[in-house]
Design a protein around this ligand. Structure first.
Ligand code: PAF
Length: 283
């Protein structure tokens, strides 16, 4: 596996593959890789001849007071994991390479609407940071396919919109969320949970499943289901940001007759912000 540290090195390696007619899949990550990332690499492998991962803890998607400085950085373990997953190359840029004029002086990409709802309403600027770094990664690697985890469902929908709006010739593929046996979605941030919080954390997924049961049973308004789940999270010790039932394709408030739904939630447990979501297909 090649470890590429500069934009020029990425361009050199990937140019050779492209010249040989090979297709390329990109899996952008912030490192501290776990089994969820392994599954994204495996999906990438099914979609292209070459798999490139990136590891970059992107400062522009962290707000003031968020965990940019303390975000777990485990480069050695990550490289071993990527090698074991059969990844062909990993791009590990510096902040200066990605933002030559500094994080505030560089061009920002903003996806209107989608970047200011749900998680965007609680993390102002977060999705501008995500779109800005992902577009840079796309421009550097020019992949045929890019793979993102569905745990960050809003991110996936927003990046699909960005790709469509900016006429990018890149297929975005979503990878299903991997879970612990008790239902907790795998996330690098789970390691922030103390023992008591870790025991409580799977309740978030249980509540989403309860929302799905209620939606499938019918007879209850969406707002009532959201309100009930929000209050239950509070009662169990979470500080919820939102529980929302949305149209799966664009995260809008579902129009009457909309059948492909997504239930999304974000809630804090102590200093950890957990997010999760599930699909609901109404009959
Ligand atoms: O999902 C993530 O890990 C990040 O938001 C991403 C897509 C790598 C951009 O920094």
């Amino acid at each position: 596996m090649e470890i590429l540290r500069s934009v020029a090195a990425v361009r050199r390696s990937l140019y050779g593959w492209r010249l040989a007619g090979e297709s390329i899949a990109l899996v952008p990550t912030m490192g501290n890789l776990h089994a969820g990332h392994d599954s994204l690499m495996a999906i990438a492998r099914r979609h292209a001849d070459r798999v490139v991962a990136s590891i970059f803890v992107n400062p522009t998607q962290f707000g003031p007071g968020e965990d940019y400085a303390s975000y777990p950085r485990t480069p050695r373990e990550d490289a071993a994991r990527l090698r074991a997953a059969g990844v062909d190359a990993v791009f590990v840029p510096t902040v200066a390479a990605m933002y030559p004029d500094g994080r505030d002086g560089s061009t920002t990409v903003s996806v209107p609407g989608l970047s200011s709802v749900l998680c965007g309403a609680h993390r102002p600027g977060h999705f501008d940071g995500v779109a800005s770094v992902v577009l840079r990664l796309f421009n550097i690697t020019v992949p045929d396919v890019a793979v993102f985890g569905e745990k960050d469902y809003q991110q996936l929908v927003l990046l699909r919109r960005m790709a469509r709006d900016l006429q990018l010739d890149i297929r975005l593929v979503g990878g299903p969320t991997l879970r612990e046996p008790d239902g907790l979605a795998l996330s690098s941030r789970n390691q922030y949970l103390d023992a008591g919080e870790r025991q409580l954390a799977p309740r978030l997924h249980e509540l989403l499943q309860d929302c799905r049961r209620r939606l499938l049973a019918g007879g209850q308004g969406f707002a009532a289901i959201e309100r009930r789940a929000f209050r239950q999270l509070q009662a169990q010790g979470f500080v919820p940001d939102y529980v929302a039932i949305r149209a799966a394709h664009d995260l809008s408030i579902p129009a009457p007759g909309c059948r492909r739904l997504r239930v999304l939630a974000a809630a804090r447990l102590g200093r950890t912000r957990l997010i999760d979501n599930i699909a609901v297909q109404l009959r």
